[in-house]
Design a protein around this ligand. Structure first.
Ligand SMILES: O=C(O)CCC(=O)C(=O)O
Ligand SMILES: [Fe+2]
Length: 321
């Protein structure tokens, strides 16, 4: 795993196969070095994704003023308009645990009438995502060895909660061989994220050396990445990698679904002693999840002068010395 150049070099976890020690160990190193891997045979049909895509397209094609009824200054705050993350990016957020209710409150405001088709399909996708997140999180924890999953999954991760971000990237006006940033470099704040990207591609992960590596789309494959909360909880045994989206195709829209599986807001994140390991230094001060989410939100809007944006800047012990 020293120098992957494309999707093919990232490991693929086949969820239809029984778990074997070898698959756990082949997953652990990339989770530590890259924080990214792929899953196949995950039970999410192509048809389900295409239905969400076409219903979402309809929603994103509404007039700007209509979408802004859900915007950052509305009570719902579920819509992120263009020019917040990038000129090309807009998104709709659906919150768990009742995804149907959350999606419905957005669509009712947008369409001024009940249309449960969108909400039902979102509910179906997100319930499957919740189950997948739990399963994958357990596998990632098993990869840490020492019975960590058995010791800590139930007590530490049983109140995790999810939300879905439906991302729409508008077609850039660029010339051939040119590219623009659709979504700037960031880390996810989740424990894990499960991502469906459409066939356009453009997702990239940053290597330790600062090189951008393409994560190419492949039909039937979902991308899983480790987020900041799990990086801190695992005392850096798992890595939350910086990633971004670049748009390389003239006149082509891009679409993705990112499902974030996170600790509950009032959770105090503290790596257990067994996870830190004897003789190892603790890398993070304990912190409350919601405080980190607020720190990120404020930074992303550029309100603070701080240069750091990650959990290491927020709670890292070395960073504070
Ligand atoms: O659109 C993508 O492929 C990635 C989206 C992403 O990184 C995010 O929503 O955090
Ligand atoms: Fe992300």
């Amino acid at each position: 795993m020293s120098n992957p150049k494309s999707y093919a070099d990232f490991p693929i976890l086949d969820l239809s196969q029984p778990l074997q020690a070898s698959s756990l160990s082949s997953l652990h190193k990339p989770s530590k070095d890259w924080g990214f891997f792929h899953i196949i045979n995950h039970g999410i049909s192509k048809d389900l994704c295409s239905q969400i895509k076409s219903l979402s397209k309809h929603l994103f094609s509404l007039p700007y003023d209509t979408k802004l009824r859900l915007g950052p200054f509305s009570s719902l705050k579920s819509y992120t308009p263009h020019f917040i993350a990038s000129p090309f990016f807009e998104s709709l957020r659906v919150n768990g645990p009742n995804f149907y209710v959350s999606a419905n409150s957005s669509t009712e405001i947008l369409f001024e009438k009940k249309d449960s088709k969108f909400s039902l399909i979102i509910q179906e996708y997100c319930s499957k995502m919740e189950e997948l997140s739990k399963r994958i999180l357990k596998i990632v924890l098993m990869g840490l060895g020492d019975g960590i999953e058995k010791k800590f999954y139930d007590s530490e991760f049983n109140k995790c909660q999810g939300y879905l971000r439906i991302n729409n990237y508008s077609a850039p006006e660029i010339t051939e061989h040119d590219q623009v940033e659709g979504l700037g470099m960031h880390t996810d704040m989740s424990c894990i994220t499960i991502l469906h990207q459409d066939e356009i591609g453009g997702l990239q992960v940053r290597s330790n050396e600062g090189e951008w590596i393409d994560i190419c789309p492949s039909e039937g494959t979902l991308v899983v990445n480790i987020g900041d909360m799990l990086q801190a909880w695992s005392n850096d045994k798992l890595r939350s990698s910086e990633h971004r989206v670049v748009l390389k195709h003239h006149h082509v829209n891009r679409f993705s679904l990112a499902f974030f599986w996170c600790f509950e807001d009032d959770k105090v994140v503290l790596a257990p002693d067994e996870v830190v390991g004897e003789g190892n230094k603790r890398k993070y001060k304990p912190f409350v999840c919601l405080d980190y989410l607020k720190f990120r939100e404020n930074n992303e809007r550029g309100r603070f002068d701080k240069v750091g944006f990650t959990v290491t800047d927020f709670a890292g012990i070395m960073a504070q010395l």
